[in-house]
Design a protein around this ligand. Structure first.
Ligand code: GAR
Length: 286
């Protein structure tokens, strides 16, 4: 049940505990204040007292919960949650065409990020809402700036041992995480919050040439050194191991005798740019 709540609300374990605490404290606070107000009202009949108690609780619940959420650091969550409750009770129709927000995680030049941004620029319901990067000065940051997409520069300690930057991902209502040359492993807490919604591209035909230290040029050098006749790209879901999750798509290219790691990099980039945005769109639309 807790696992389901974490996924539904896109929060980690610590935030889930704080949210449940906010519900409990906020609920009892509004109950107490409502009874206290009623003691000052000249009401004689029991059923009117109960009715008033229910009315006061309904009015005071959002306020008490918001009040309690503030010191517990859950204000952003409850603001959104209460907004949704109001919409539901106000009878507003659910928006079935809601925007799907993607965060691209990248560490390098960002040529894949650029292609993905271009591809979805004209989409009416899929938006690249955030670029997450772990390297100050990386090319992908200027690509984001030019495209007017917010960026988030992350640091190791908080990403792996802190809140995994979940509050920021929540603020941007992120639905999918797309890795495009992101070189840090994704912490299990994030994988739990985005089940089957974190996608990676690897510049080789997995399960070969994957794993720790196998990224970018290192992959192509290993492929060339082993005199392979072909290489390619793999798009896969991310799990807790490096380059290991279920494969979604692969495409191949041939390697000639004259190829070097540099020329292979170019061939692979052509394949990546051609397929990655379309495969992402396919996954989301499915
Ligand atoms: C891409 O080739 C991608 O497949 C690779 O990094 C490159 C990033 O290029 N990813 C990995 O090696 C992950 N293991 P880009 O910054 O130009 O998009």
């Amino acid at each position: 049940m807790f696992q389901k709540l974490k996924q539904r609300w896109k929060v980690n374990g610590i935030n889930l505990v704080l949210i449940i605490a906010t519900f409990a404290i906020g609920g009892s606070l509004c109950g107490r204040v409502s009874s206290w107000i009623i003691t000052y009202l000249p009401v004689e009949t029991k059923w009117i007292e109960i009715l008033l108690f229910i009315i006061f609780c309904t009015i005071l619940w959002p306020l008490s919960v918001l009040l309690v959420s503030f010191p517990l650091g859950q204000f952003a969550f409850f603001k959104k949650y209460i907004g949704k409750v109001f919409k539901r009770f106000g009878g507003k129709q659910q928006n079935t065409n809601a925007t799907i927000n993607i965060a691209i995680f990248a560490s390098g030049a960002g040529s894949n990020a650029q292609q993905i941004i271009n591809y979805f620029a004209s989409s009416s319901n899929i938006k690249i809402s955030l670029i997450v990067c772990n390297k100050p000065g990386a090319g992908v940051l200027s690509i984001a700036d030019k495209a007017g997409i917010p960026t988030l520069l992350i640091e190791k300690e908080r990403f792996f041992k802190g809140d995994n930057y979940l509050p920021e991902l929540q603020n941007f209502h992120i639905d999918y995480v797309v890795l495009a040359g992101f070189l840090w492993k994704i912490p299990p807490a994030l994988i739990n919050v985005f089940p089957k919604r974190i996608i990676n591209i690897h510049p080789a035909l997995l399960p070969n040439y994957g794993g720790k230290g196998m990224f970018g040029h290192h992959v192509h050098e290993a492929v060339i050194n082993n005199q392979e006749k072909e290489s390619g790209i793999t798009i896969h879901y991310v799990d807790e191991l490096y380059d290991h999750g279920a494969i979604i798509f692969q495409a191949k290219c041939s390697i000639s005798q004259n190829d070097t790691a540099d020329t292979l990099t170019q061939k692979i980039h052509v394949l990546e740019h051609q397929h990655y945005p379309k495969v992402i769109a396919g996954i989301i639309e499915k």
